[in-house]
Design a protein. Sequence first.
Length: 861
Amino acid sequence: MERRQEVVVMLVTNDVATDARVRKSALAVAATGADVTVIGLASDGRRSDVSMGPVRITRVPVEFVLRDDARARLEARRRRGLLGLRPLSTERETVLRFRDVARLRDLDPAAAPGRIDSARQQARRARRLVGRLGALGARALWGGLERTTGRIPIGARWRRVLPEVDDIELAYGPVIDALQPDVIHAHDVQTLPIAARAAMRARARGLSLLWIYDAHEWVVGLSRYPGRSARKIAAWADLEREYIRSADRVITVSPTLATALQERYSLPRRPDVVLNIPPGSGVRPDVGLLELSDVRTAAGLDTDTPLMVYSGGVTEARGVADVVAALRHLPEVHLAVVAVPGPEAPGVRRLLKEAEDLGVSGRVHALDPVAPDQVVGFLRTADVGLIPLHHFGSHEFALANKLFEYLHAGVPMVVSDCRAQAQFVTEHRLGLVHRAGDTPNLAQQVKQILGTPAVWRSRLAAVAGQPEFTWAKQAQALQAVYAELSEGALQIQPEDRMAGLDPGEQPFLERRPRRTQLGIGPSNSAGQAWAWSRAVVRQWPEVQTEVVAILNGTYDYPADVQVRPTIYRRDPVWGLDLREHARATWTHALIETGRPIFGGLAGADPRRDIAFLQDAGIEVGLVFHGSEVRSPRQHAATHAFSPFRNPRDPYTRRLQEVADRNAELVRGFGGPVFVSTPDQLDDLPDATWLPVCIDLEAWPLVEREETVPLVVHAPSNPVLKGTDAVERAVEPLVAEGLIRYQRVSGLQPKQAAELIRTADIVVDQLLLGLYGVLACEALASGAIVLGNVGDRLRSRVPAEVPIIEATPSSLNGELRRVLRELPELRASAAGRRAFVQHFHSGCYSADVLGDFLGLGDATSQ
């Protein structure tokens, strides 16, 4: 038996677009033959899938419900005011003012609203002032408490401090589970719980799932800046401590960090090291590997102008402000800041303001970043590359991307004396080291580099040519980890000097064409979703279908996915799992009754489900069954016996609200819309009739010979079916002994069906102007059916509808006529069945759905 291709899922909590380590790692693993998917955040809030060469990148929207709730609770606490000093709301002030006016009018009917008792007015002003003081006091108190707490790392637990981690896991989890990976590669600390929990779920299902932790930083010593307090850092460290030992392998970015991680967490094995070498680095950029712009041209400088470059994010801890200050000691030198994520970032704006204050703004150039695979070529024309990190724990272990980018660009470096980078630069003679935060010392080292540029560049060229400092070699180190974990299923690839070069992103195309699969739900009204799915499969056996149905405990028809109402409404995991399953398997979807198919994730509105399915390339249609689109207002105006005559009736108002909401949904939809009964075309004239279906084998033609015929009425809703009028009409006939009468209510579908099969006459409904499943079942068995169908509906069906027209005022007379003509009507039973066979056996409906599925006419197959 051929072994399944190894599936690898990489996780990251950014949008992947500029994360060089993630992108080149994914390409390296894909080169082993693995099926690699990178899951990242969708910054625009919409699910998307793209290809990066052999790698799939899936960007997933995350609703930060838990994080936002925590923030809202903090803000509410600040707004609440101090006990006894709470501010009046605007609404409360208005109420009190109106009350005072009313009381004054009791005393003086001629009083104007402005003549409010002076004492009360003064009291109100005092209360308002006290409330404002209370609000200011509360903000000061709680704000100070939060700032103080933020500086206290003791007792920081990640589940309490970092609720956004669970938000991300909730969104990523179903995507991971649907891919059924063999290995998960968790990039950075934020993804640790996501990988660990996915592995636990897989193992609970009897699957083998290994996972790797890729430690990008020394988490315990992360630098602090606004939004990243000491308490948050301690919480990240708490998270890492909880999960790191459960990883099957740990890899990291530098030898010093590997040693520190092993010592801190007592890891049984020293983490493997994969350096952040830029892709394509085995080939010198000045030989024309990439025809690019360059940093000097982008800054608008000639070749004689000394140029320093800093490439990366701008925060206080990264020391870029020290370089700006050093420009005062370097009067001819310019600084280019290749800013990530861009020049508009707050840190860059602050930096430019500092440059302006120091009078050096004309020599500071904030530039847009370039694609990860273009960085080396872009930097090549700078004279000095800078990494001026301040001393933080994580910085002592960092060998940043930019260090190797400068190396392969041939740009000599000036770096701060943070341990790992200072040791590396000194050992390999790539540049000079300055004391962190010491501006004059930084300027002095830059001057030394600028004094002998050719010497430094020749040294860099020699080091850059060494195999261990190429991404091709680092890719092999990563592949070795995967080869071991996969027990040889994945192999280390021959060294490729072009390894990791980013091919860019293209629209994702499925590797294998999908079989057509139709999903329908979530109502399954009268079992019609199931009936339509069976009709399609009978005509096209190669098509797959899946019916989703909410259980109601009374009329539960067959379905592939059945869900209890409470789970449907309240369990987001159920909805996310189904959503991801649908994205992976469905090609078409029919959303019933204007309800979300994936549960209560987005309330009662299906638009987000529709958008998700459409974004996944799934064709979406809407299908309605009746009351959810039937406008009571319009029905009352066009039907003489409409039950919706009283627009103030609560039930009628509720139906009108639902119909209006769904009419708005249809107007904004723009896709195919189907209705199960022709009467709905009154409200949705552009819809397509998708007839209700019944199983003809379950409704064989029955010979009827009873002398006293049985009349059956089976109202699903007595008010809408006109049950009172039915029973007034049949009562005299029963009293005269002309008929027997049975009302069907409270029975399960099978029990009700048995009773209807024995009926000679079935009275369907008298008020709505339609016919449905019950009438079709009765007609198929040969029963005589009476009901209010109406000329409008009959004109829309391309054959005579074999239902005897009856209304509340005519039913008694029509029943008497039927009794007189009973032998002849019994003899025409086959004709009634033929009507059902043509329109309601599933063949006609399969034709309609065949067009939707792109399969053509079933009858021509």
